[in-house]
Design a protein around this ligand. Structure first.
Ligand code: UD1
Ligand code: CA
Length: 465
């Protein structure tokens, strides 16, 4: 156990202002759902078993979306407010001692260091709790921080209940609270829905604890962008930009060159090795891992790919779930569904590989489609060669041995096996297996009619005159 911290993440709301069929916390920023970002931050201060997410709207989908195993879920079937949501989590709390860290589920930018700081402040002061605050130019909609004469937080005043004087306060509650767990649970029963919204406000706990002689300390955080809560798609886009820029900054500081950082989209879990150069408008998605000393060409989109060291990806390559150890790929190549390209392979322009293994040093330099194929090493696949892997009902495999030469515009009708060292003549339609070292020609004989073209011209000229 990391420490005696219980984390409750409030994620039961729909998020009306997103204008979506989908629960707010399921929307993505920086290539990850809002909720997974919050959980990620919480994992720095607690083990998954100590983290309880309160779900309600689309509870099943929200649960399924959580990628960290071991997270606990509490259900709040009716959304009666943030205080009520915490109450719903109580049955899942294993210890009502230590610290209770409560987080709004809609703040994906929260930094782990801020969570650590607010817990440290609470441990140092030993008051009712410590909460994060920040100052923003337009505090509309947020709970305002009412401080007492000694600078502690006397109360959080919600927008709907605030006096004109309180509305002018620019210090707000972003929804990050560390409470003394024993005190919090001892007094949570005192929350009432006596407000215009008829909700149980978690924020009332500050005034309740203060009234019992346990005031709450503020941790004023300078960078308010970290505390942005997502309510609309405009705020979602703003969060996305910030997360993207954090990612590119981290990568650049770790030795990756990014030529136009504002133009690229790199998801949080992507890894990139030292001295790799990323050109403009590249997208690296999902769990993509790129080695060192690579070049990723402009406009390329890689999703869940593994790219070895020293690989050159030319512009506009689309790759999905593929292992790329090639010397180069592209421009305009497509790799998908568990394609594997071994070391030294060349995959050129307008080549598509699907569920195919291309062995060491093999080349498909131009205009080819290789699907459901297992191709040995040092094979040359000519321009326009196609594996016909689909008969309209089923997919069939093609096996090509080492050192095979597949001539230009060959049509390889699967299922098919071409033995090691065989030679397929250009323009062949191959329907039967080819033995090792054999030559296969599958095309009609060429007929030549001497003088035919000249005679045709002469007839045409006569007709015209
Ligand atoms: C809340 C705070 C406000 C703070 C703001 C920061 C309260 C009463 N107010 O207001 O002081 O400035 O966040 O963004 O807490 N949720 C539930 N169950 C519910 C209601 C909400 O799980 O019954 C969850 C939502 O899914 C969301 C979070 O709690 O993730 C915050 O709820 P929201 O309705 O956005 O609260 P605000 O009105 O923004
Ligand atoms: Ca909110």
């Amino acid at each position: 156990m990391k420490s005696n911290v219980t984390v409750v993440i409030l994620a039961a709301g729909l998020g009306t202002r997103m204008r979506s069929e989908k629960a707010k916390v399921l929307h993505e920023a920086g290539g990850e759902t809002i909720l997974n970002h919050v959980i990620r931050a919480a994992l720095h201060v607690a083990d998954p078993e100590q983290i309880i997410a309160v779900v309600g709207h689309q509870a099943d989908r929200v649960k399924e979306s959580v990628t960290t195993p071991g997270i606990q879920f509490a259900e709040q079937s009716e959304q009666k407010g943030t205080g009520h949501a915490v109450l719903c989590a109580r049955a899942h709390v294993s210890s009502e001692k230590g610290e209770l860290l409560i987080l709004n589920g809609d703040g994906p930018l929260l930094k782990p260091s801020t969570l650590q700081s607010v817990l440290e402040l609470h441990r140092r002061r030993q008051l009712g709790g410590a909460i994060v605050t920040t100052e923003i130019s337009d505090p509309t909609g947020y709970g305002r921080i009412a401080r007492d004469s000694s600078g502690l937080v006397a109360a959080i005043v919600e927008q709907k209940s605030a006096s004109p004087n309180q509305l002018a306060i620019r210090e707000i509650n972003p929804g990050v609270y560390a409470f003394d767990a024993a005190l919090f649970w001892a007094h949570i029963g005192e929350l009432t829905p006596n407000n215009t919204a008829k909700e149980y406000y978690l924020t009332d706990m500050v005034a309740i604890l203060t009234a019992h002689g346990h005031p709450v300390a503020p941790l004023l955080v300078e960078d308010e962008t970290e505390l942005l809560g997502i309510n609309t798609r405009v705020e979602l886009a703003a969060a996305d930009r910030i997360l993207r820029s954090r990612k590119t900054t981290d990568l650049m500081l770790a030795g990756v060159t990014i030529e136009n950082p504002d133009s690229v989209l790199i998801d949080v879990d992507v890894q990139v090795g030292q001295d790799t150069v990323i050109e403009s408008n590249v997208q690296l998605r999902g769990r993509t891992r790129v080695g060192g000393n690579c070049r990723i060409g402009a406009g390329s989109v890689l999703r869940n790919c593994e790219v070895a060291d020293d690989v050159v990806i030319f512009p506009y390559v689309c790759a999905d779930a593929s292992k790329i150890h090639s010397a180069f790929v592209g421009p305009f190549a497509r790799l998908r569904m568990n394609t594997e390209a071994a070391a030294g392979t060349h995959i050129g322009n307008f080549v598509e590989l699907k569920n195919t293994r291309l062995g060491e040093g093999s080349k498909a330099n131009h205009l080819a489609y290789l699907g459901d194929a297992t191709i040995g090493s040092d094979v040359n696949v000519g321009a326009g060669a196609i594996t016909c892997n689909y008969d309209g009902l089923h997919k069939h495999p093609t096996r090509i041995g080492d050192k095979v030469f597949v001539g230009t515009n060959s049509t390889l009708i699967a299922p098919l096996e071409i033995g090691q060292g065989a030679y397929i003549a250009a323009g062949s339609v191959i329907t039967k297996n080819v033995d090792p070292d054999a030559l296969a020609i599958g095309r009609s004989h060429q007929a030549v009619k001497p003088g035919w073209a000249k005679r045709r011209r002469e007839i045409q000229e006569q007709e015209r005159s």
